[in-house]
Design a protein around this ligand. Structure first.
Ligand code: CA
Ligand code: CA
Length: 224
């Protein structure tokens, strides 16, 4: 309603064409229609995680931090940001994102680090890992510039799952000497609606099929 009023005022001032009005009418019809069906558009959600020393003490060990996601929307896309992450030897670290829905085996995506001692490059920035990001994070420079990088594994392994569960960032510093810190981290989940989308016309069609089925069964009964 607010949009319709604003549009009307806008029209008075500028004298917009009929074509523009038709477009707005179509948009309004779409909004009305959407109230009768499940949302199909994706909703980007962000969940903040806490930072800390990497590793938690000394120069070897596991930094782990989890966030709980209550939303049960279907995952369209996942990315993760390491905010204000610094370390004096990036190749010390194996980084993973692990999803545990509490029922099925957990799913692990390797962000960077393959278990062997990697390059001595420093981390010093904010790094987002997302499908389509730049390749070779650990070798991207010294210090590694802030930006969006590809993880070692695709995040598409999460697509189609319900987002609800525990998401854990692991930064495993496996090598003595060199340490760092993480300011915070952010889990980003682009998710759709909980229920499978059922547009209003399809619902009506199913209702109609139900009536047809009912009539058929009654005829069958009367024939027996
Ligand atoms: Ca180390
Ligand atoms: Ca270094």
């Amino acid at each position: 309603m607010i949009n319709a009023v604003q549009c009307g005022q806008h029209q008075k001032r500028t004298g917009l064409s009929m074509n523009h009005l038709k477009k707005n009418a179509l948009a309004a019809a779409f909004v009305v229609g959407a109230t009768f069906s499940s949302l199909t558009s994706a909703a980007p959600m962000s969940y903040p995680g806490t930072g800390g020393a990497v590793p938690p003490s000394g120069t070897v060990g596991l930094f782990a931090s989890s966030v709980s996601v209550a939303e049960t929307g279907i995952i369209n896309d996942v990315s993760i940001s390491l905010n204000d992450f610094s370390h004096t030897w990036i190749g010390d670290i194996d980084a993973t994102l692990v999803f545990d829905d509490g029922a099925n085996p957990s799913i692990t995506v390797a962000l960077f680090g393959d278990g062997s001692l990697g390059p001595s490059n420093d981390a010093g920035g904010t790094y987002t890992f997302a499908d389509g990001g730049a390749a070779n994070f650990v070798g991207a420079g010294n210090p590694i510039p802030s930006g969006t990088y590809a993880a070692l594994n695709s995040f598409s392994v999460f697509d189609g799952l319900s987002a609800a569960g525990t998401w854990t960032l692991n930064l495993n510093d496996r090598t003595g000497g060199d340490a760092g810190s993480l300011g915070s981290w952010t889990l980003n989940i682009d998710m759709g609606d909980v229920a499978a989308p059922v547009p209003a016309p399809a619902t009506l069609a199913l209702f109609g099929l139900g009536l047809v089925g009912l009539g058929w069964s009654r005829r069958k009964k009367s024939n027996s």
